[in-house]
Design a protein around this ligand. Structure first.
Ligand code: TRP
Length: 334
């Protein structure tokens, strides 16, 4: 199908994705492919701002790629590529940096927070900040603007980045009197997408309370069993409210399943072990066949590589066109 509107999603490869990533970002991003021409890319050069371990970076890139493919990304329809395979992004990043006030980057949340923390600790404000981290938002601007993305789905924390991209695009278009860039709009994912982790806090890698999407069955069972519950006895009637097991269950269950399990909780006679078993089975059912695909892809990274190379080829056609128009506008190309 030929959709006119373009959407673009960048995924930073920093480890194996978990259920929070799935519900909050991956599933909604994949859905967009139904109504848009979708671009998905693995932001490996963004990861490089913090990830300097060769094997972990390599593995994360393949893991993210295999995850998206296993969960239904169709590389024939969407354009799926690795950022570092599209050098035009980095050319544009330099050009855009020459139109971006340094003050913007000073105000970028991630950098500003880091500086604030350093000052609090009484160390140099820029301690631990490399230039990649500082200009992270500039590279994002290039990611977004090079492909004419109209709609960029992001979490709240990334909204500012899309606003930077809008500002730079408007500035550039106005200065040269040409509509070189499409002005992107953020769509902000709601906080309701936040999923509870093993210990009841928000599921997050930094709390070490996550459930990875494609854990092997045995490990998944173990992790589910480690969800923190209260000490009610088996026979006691229980409430699904404030139950960390149900807080995850409800995201994957049908309405009927939810009604049924609410009854089982209320009746008493169901222990936490049973509740965890129900969650385990539900997750198995939800992700079991995707996990087989994921495992097969992870066992054959060369196949993933072929998909990414094919995607990069398609991405570069679009990228080159826009980059040439930009170079022409600024007087670099005749
Ligand atoms: N910064 C995003 C993240 O941390 C990843 C990303 C890189 C991105 N480039 C992008 C997201 C462009 C949207 C558009 O997840």
């Amino acid at each position: 199908m030929n959709h006119e509107k373009v959407t673009l999603t960048g995924i930073k490869p920093t480890g194996s994705p978990h259920l929070g990533n799935y519900l909050g970002a991956i599933a909604p991003a994949l859905e967009l492919a139904q109504n848009f021409q979708a671009y998905y890319f693995i932001a490996d050069y963004h990861a490089l701002t913090t990830l300097h371990d060769r094997e972990r970076l390599r593995r994360s890139v393949y893991s993210v790629a295999a995850t998206f493919l296993a969960l239904g990304l169709d590389p024939a329809k969407a354009v799926f590529y690795r950022q570092s395979d599209v050098p035009e992004i980095f050319e544009l990043a330099w050009i855009l940096s020459c139109f971006t006030p340094k003050g913007f980057m000073n105000r970028a949340h991630a950098y500003k927070d880091k500086v604030a923390r350093n000052m609090q600790e009484g160390v140099d404000p820029d301690a631990g900040v490399n230039m990649g981290l500082f200009s992270y938002p500039n590279l994002m601007n290039a990611d977004i603007l090079l492909f004419g993305a109209q709609v960029v789905p992001v979490g709240k924390d990334q909204k500012q980045h899309v606003e930077f991209a809008r500002d730079v695009a408007l500035r550039f278009n106005k200065h040269y009197g040409k509509e070189c860039f499409v002005i992107p709009e953020p769509i902000i994912r709601e906080e309701t997408d936040v999923i509870t982790g093993l210990d009841g806090r928000k599921m997050s890698k930094s709390y070490d309370n996550t459930i990875e999407i494609f854990l092997p069955s045995k490990k998944l069972r173990k992790v589910v069993n480690s969800i923190v519950t209260n000490s009610q006895a088996v026979e006691e009637p229980k409430s699904t409210q404030d139950c960390n097991v149900y807080a995850i269950y409800r995201h994957f269950a049908t309405e009927e399943q939810k009604v049924a399990i609410n009854e089982r909780y209320a009746q008493g006679g169901m222990g936490w072990g049973d509740a965890k078993k129900a969650l385990f089975e539900l997750l198995e059912q939800h992700f079991g066949s995707a996990r087989e695909k994921y495992d097969a892809l992870m066992a054959h990274p060369a196949e993933v590589e072929v998909v990414l190379q094919e995607g990069a080829k398609r991405a570069r056609i679009v990228a080159t066109q826009r980059l040439n128009a930009v170079k022409d506008a600024i007087g670099l190309k005749f």
